[in-house]
Write a new protein. Structure first.
Length: 313
């Protein structure tokens, strides 16, 4: 997810830079492939980690804060001090929405299939478009067409999961809610990053998310590590490195060269990538109808991303 690094959230900030940048290189394409592989590991790793969902969400963000502390305080100390009250409040609000996103999405991975959960949580571009429409923006017709196609896929997917079990349908609802929360997080992050660097913003944002999730763990009594095995800790570290740091950091690295259209469309490969990893590693093989619904959702999202990129340019 699903962080504010997602290029689809940056049309106003990056479109000019992309047009002024040299074409993407072979190295950019290689790094993009590594990034997509990293974020595709996120859902299967979470599903395979023997720890409470809220605790996984907390450690994922807490470890990321730990990794960012030195560069943030050494290289961006002056920027952090001069962010301004408005930017700090927006970054904190974005962190709160990110906490809601993780708090909803991670439990869904233990209730429904990785394929269904990942597909539904990556509907963020749709909710982002709808929020922008409420703020007075007029999306192109292609956006509405893509939204309609993606929603048709969501209806198909939830119908299939309802036939499996009410628990799977509840997991779908949580994943969808996680995608909605991510939309607000993306928009707030895009606003802050107009004047604030990615490192300074993510440091404040992830810190807020970690603190809120820690509070949620303490209130609910979630085990924060007292009974974790060495394998569980290893998976938490791997999750932080692959999805939270490596995946999204590389996405930020290549978006200037490849442009938001190529990068955003490539991110959609997380859904089939996560489904394939879950099938091979976890033995999760949903009914064939699920894969048809996933294809419909991906087509709809690709149309939304493409239309938004054209409008940004």
């Amino acid at each position: 997810m699903r962080t504010a690094e997602t290029p689809t959230s940056l049309p106003s900030q990056v479109s000019g830079a992309v047009l002024a940048s040299p074409p993407g290189t072979g190295l950019d394409l290689f790094l993009l492939a590594v990034a997509v592989s990293g974020i595709s590991l996120s859902a299967p790793l979470i599903a395979a980690t023997a720890a409470p969902a809220l605790a996984i969400a907390f450690w994922r963000n807490a470890m990321a804060v730990g990794a960012l502390t030195v560069p943030a305080l050494v290289r961006h100390r002056a920027e952090l001090r001069s962010m301004g009250r408005r930017n700090v409040l927006l970054a904190v609000a974005a962190g709160a929405l990110l906490a809601v996103h993780f708090g909803l999405w991670l439990p869904s991975l233990h209730m429904t299939s990785v394929a269904s959960s990942t597909a539904l949580v990556t509907t963020t571009p749709i909710w982002t478009t709808l929020l922008l429409r409420l703020r007075g923006h007029r999306p192109p017709a292609l956006v509405w067409a893509g939204t309609a196609v993606a929603f048709a896929g969501v209806v198909l997917l939830t119908g299939v999961d309802l036939s499996l079990s009410p628990r799977a349908l509840a997991g779908d609802a949580l994943a969808l809610g996680g995608g909605m929360a991510a939309a607000g997080y993306v928009l707030l992050g895009a606003e802050v990053r107009r004047t604030v660097s990615t490192t300074a913003y993510t440091y404040v944002c992830y810190t807020t998310t970690a603190v809120l999730l820690l509070g949620a763990c303490l209130v609910t009594g979630a085990d924060l590590g007292g009974g974790y095995s060495a394998e569980t800790w290893l998976k938490l570290v791997l999750l932080t490195v692959t999805a939270q740091l490596l995946g999204h950091s590389l996405i930020n690295r290549v978006v200037r060269g490849l442009g938001p259209s190529v990068t955003s469309t490539a991110i959609l490969l997380e859904t089939p990538g996560a489904a394939l990893i879950a099938a091979l590693w976890l033995g999760q093989t949903p009914p064939p109808a699920v894969y048809g619904a996933l294809a419909v959702i991906l087509v709809g999202l690709a149309l939304v991303v493409r239309a938004n990129t054209r409008a940004g340019r």
